[in-house]
Design a protein around this ligand. Structure first.
Ligand code: DC
Length: 207
């Protein structure tokens, strides 16, 4: 039996951490859909055509630490505005969402476009400054040489592109539960997400 949790929100709001933790809590599979766009973005940086790269994407392409760099994140946000790129990635995401045993997908348009029938939808948000600080700490922790101001500017540029694009813009689904993580610890944010899924989904009785 399938059970789909859609977790959307802007860059560095905590979606990834929350999604991994709730997937592990409920024993669901997890797909970070940003990796699909990052993998296409990385191929474009290497000279590929975006639509051709999206159509030829292989799940193996997602297992690559180099997809986590700021340059690839910007490239991902740029290819994500192309409707044919988005269309090429729909079937894979929907197939993942329907798998037996439950699935958590995190991204920008999961609750609105990819899985409008998801059993639970959560929109994770936080202030741009708070998100930039978290991303700055993460990048400098990995040894990346970058300033907070650059990270904040990158976050704002990606927010604008993700929200303003015509194809599947970043917007909460009408029936999404909002989760603002600005003043929450990771543990508190995860606990709230688990409570939302438990309340909304009747998880145990569905699987
Ligand atoms: O979640 P992320 O930072 O890895 O996403 C990278 C970019 O991919 C993001 O700026 C917009 C795009 N994206 C998207 O358009 N739709 C998704 N479902 C996931 C990511």
């Amino acid at each position: 039996m399938s059970f789909t949790v859609a977790i959307d929100g802007p860059a560095a709001a905590g979606k990834g951490t929350i999604s991994k933790a709730v997937a592990s809590h409920f024993g669901f599979a997890h797909l970070d859909t940003g990796l699909l766009y990052r993998a296409v973005g990385a191929k474009v940086l290497a000279g590929a055509d975006p639509v051709t790269a999206a159509r030829a994407l292989d799940p193996v392409d997602l297992e690559n630490d180099a997809l986590r760099t700021p340059a690839v994140a910007q490239a991902a946000s740029e290819v994500a505005v192309i409707p044919d790129v988005r269309a090429a990635l729909v079937a894979f995401q929907q197939g993942f969402a329907r798998r037996d045993g439950g699935a958590v997908l995190d991204g920008r348009d999961i609750g609105t476009v990819i899985c409008p029938q998801a059993d639970v939808k959560i929109f994770v948000t936080a202030s741009a400054e708070c998100r930039a600080q978290r991303r700055f700490d993460e990048l400098t922790g990995k040894g990346t040489d970058i300033t907070y101001e650059t990270v904040l500017a990158d976050v704002k540029a990606r927010d604008k592109r993700d929200r303003d694009r015509a194809a599947s813009p970043l917007v909460p689904a009408e029936d999404a539960v909002m989760l603002d993580t600005s003043d929450l610890s990771i543990e508190q944010a995860v606990a709230q997400a688990i409570a939302i899924i438990t309340d909304a989904g009747g998880v145990a009785s569905r699987l």
